[in-house]
Design a protein around this ligand. Structure first.
Ligand SMILES: Cc1cc2nc3c(=O)[nH]c(=O)nc-3n(C[C@H](O)[C@H](O)[C@H](O)COP(=O)(O)OP(=O)(O)OC[C@H]3O[C@@H](n4cnc5c(N)ncnc54)[C@H](O)[C@@H]3O)c2cc1C
Length: 295
């Protein structure tokens, strides 16, 4: 393994200063479950590692007003088990429970999962379907962007040099809603998705869908939302036909590749099927749900 200089940052300011001093030769270290593997395999060769795990401002969960704010350093295990997440945004807990193993989930962070920008990152489709926003801090200040603008290519994000992802903000729904994440992987555990589908549905006062959000992982160069498939459902009482057509639109709009995990053709077919199944499951949850009370 190539050697590197290790530095622990205890505040955001310290991390930003260290990154600015070392320019592009540095990398932020959170849980290290992606980065250390990449360094060992020679895929990344940073000269300086800036350990950000101790930065309080970028950690913890804050439930306030109409949203849940999640620190980028929150572990995947925290998201899987937190009572606030399980109650307010169970979709996120569901996705977290499908990532790696319990040991990995204790180390891995939500920020690391997004910043590594793998097309198959498990947390991305759920966060896109929940319309999360990303708070980013750099030497020149703080900015907030919609998460669907964050991913720019495989392994590439919109983070500028020395910028840190600090928090994710998820708006909470007051309406009746349901959500589902389905993942297919070659093995049942400890394996990356070859298809991931996250769906979030909100109902109007009756049984019509007032908002549909569908996001896909592992079938395009980045995790993506599928506006055409979402629009097909809005204003509808969900029928099997509408769910099938929406799944078809999602399958047509994605750009899967063939690799050792699955062929492009199979991935596309599974997008169609998983969209159908997740829409039916999310809709039946939404119909059984009561209006959200936000404390
Ligand atoms: C055995 C094993 C199984 C796995 N299974 C899965 C799986 O099923 N699903 C899945 O999605 N992933 C899986 N992974 C990948 C990995 O565990 C996750 O992507 C994890 O969430 C990465 O988080 P981390 O904190 O370890 O990131 P790190 O490795 O510390 O960092 C990843 C990248 O993000 C950057 N970074 C980290 N935090 C920040 C920040 N706050 N701001 C700016 N840049 C930052 C780092 O510089 C680095 O480039 C697996 C990994 C292993 C080793």
């Amino acid at each position: 393994m190539q050697s590197f200089e290790y530095r622990k940052a205890y505040s955001l300011q310290e991390a930003l200063e260290a990154a600015s001093a070392s320019k592009e030769a540095s990398a932020f270290l959170a849980g290290g479950t992606d980065l250390l593997v990449q360094i060992r395999e020679g895929r990344k060769q940073p000269r300086y590692l800036i350990d950000v795990k101790g930065i309080q401002e970028a950690d913890g969960l804050i439930l306030s007003g109409d949203d849940l704010s999640i620190g980028a350093l929150a572990s995947i295990r925290t998201l899987e088990t937190s009572p606030s997440v399980l109650e307010k945004v169970p979709l996120l807990a569901q996705a977290a429970a499908r990532l790696g193993s319990v040991q990995i989930r204790h180390r891995a962070t939500i920020g690391g999962n997004l910043c590594n920008a793998s097309p198959s990152a498990d947390m991305a489709p759920a966060l896109l379907a929940l319309e999360a926003q990303a708070e980013i801090c750099g030497k020149t200040g703080r900015r907030v962007i919609d998460l669907d603008k964050f991913f720019v290519g495989p392994g590439a994000t919109g983070l500028g040099d020395g910028e840190i992802l600090t928090r994710l903000k998820i708006p909470l729904s007051r309406k009746r809603h349901g959500a589902e994440y389905y993942k297919l992987s070659t093995r049942k555990a400890m394996d990356l998705a070859f298809v991931g589908v996250a769906v979030f549905l909100e109902l109007d006062g009756g049984d019509r869908i007032s908002k549909a959000r569908i996001a896909l992982g592992a079938v395009s160069p980045t995790p993506v939302r599928v506006p055409s498939a979402e629009k097909r459902l809005e204003g509808e009482v969900l029928s099997l036909e509408a769910a099938r057509e929406s799944g078809e639109l999602a399958a047509q709009s994605c750009k899967p590749i063939s690799d050792l995990r699955a062929s492009a053709k199979y991935r596309r077919e599974m997008v169609r099927e998983l969209c159908l199944q997740s829409l039916l499951a999310a809709y039946s949850q939404a119909k059984c749900s009561t209006e959200g009370k936000i404390e």
